[in-house]
Write a protein of this length. Structure first.
Length: 294
């Protein structure tokens, strides 16, 4: 309780802005069912280890201001109270779905979550928050900060089946492609991720698991952490030139990259459905988008 009081007192203007925003028509009803919401950023390891109280409050405020400015009332309500299905696929008898929703069970690890469902069960989660770039030492105004990228325990057979059904694209890469689609929709073209030791639930005992989930994955796709301990990249990440891909792997690499681009395009299109066509910009440079099932 004392820490909460000190956190508020150290950032009075931002916390007053948070309370005003939460009482606005966009969030008033949601606040009524989630009265603790404005206090999430007071959790000491909110979003990442070692963020200052100023950075935590600024990130929370920036996220909800950006959602209010960028989403329709209907879409915002669906994300907060239910979930928005941004992609569906039926392959080899397996039903896969990616949904976008408010992060409920893991309140310190991101405000929104992209969830991979297999036959109705959530098997993999990417949680993120829209933060101001200065928090992660970026010049960008808006940055997606990934603070959770993990598979669910006891669902490894479903994860393997989904990977095989979805062009052998691993769930972490698949959800990153979905985040790219959400970024196209909002006009956010940069993302960052916590490193293993900055993940809010990190422990020394489980350090190999966290290193594999964060450091190894982002290093594998060509990213390195900056001075603040975050992996920072354009969205989508720059791809390794095909000249560096081993012979015999090039065709499969092209297919997987094309599949991820199609996922991003479809997520963007799904989110834009129902908006007046004349207000929309193309989600992709390509003229047509194949369905994921194609």
């Amino acid at each position: 309780m004392l820490r909460m009081v000190l956190g508020v007192s150290a950032n009075i203007p931002r916390h007053l802005a948070i309370f005003r925003l939460m009482r606005s028509p966009a969030y008033a009803q949601f606040l009524g069912t989630n009265p603790r919401l404005p206090f999430r950023c007071l959790i000491r390891d909110y979003l990442a280890n070692s963020l200052s109280s100023r950075e935590r409050a600024a990130s929370f405020l920036h996220h909800y201001k950006r959602l209010k400015a960028g989403l329709s009332t209907e879409l915002l309500d669906s994300m907060l109270f239910r979930r928005v299905t941004v992609l569906e696929s039926q392959q080899n008898g397996i039903h896969c779905e990616i949904s976008l929703c408010f992060s409920r069970p893991f309140e310190k690890e991101g405000e929104l979550s992209l969830n991979l469902h297999v036959d109705g069960a959530i098997v993999f989660v990417l949680s993120f928050t829209i933060v101001p770039g200065w928090v992660i030492q970026s010049d960008s105004k808006d940055v997606f900060l990934i603070s959770r990228l993990q598979g669910m325990r006891d669902y490894y057979p479903q994860i393997r089946a989904a990977t095989k059904a979805l062009s052998d694209v691993a769930p972490s890469a698949l959800l990153l492609a979905a985040l790219d689609g959400f970024g196209k929709f909002l006009g956010i073209r940069r993302f960052a991720s916590v490193s293993a030791v900055r993940q809010s639930s990190y422990t020394e005992e489980l350090s190999p698991f966290y290193k594999n989930a964060y450091d190894d994955f982002f290093s594998e796709i060509g990213l390195s952490s900056n001075a603040s301990g975050f992996f920072v990249s354009p969205l989508p990440p720059e791809e390794k030139p095909m000249a560096f891909i081993k012979h015999g792997h090039k065709l499969r690499t092209r297919e997987k990259r094309q599949f991820k681009r199609e996922v991003a395009d479809q997520v963007c299109i799904r989110l834009r459905q129902g908006l007046p066509r004349e207000t929309l910009e193309p989600c992709s440079e390509i003229e047509s988008v194949q369905t994921v099932d194609a």
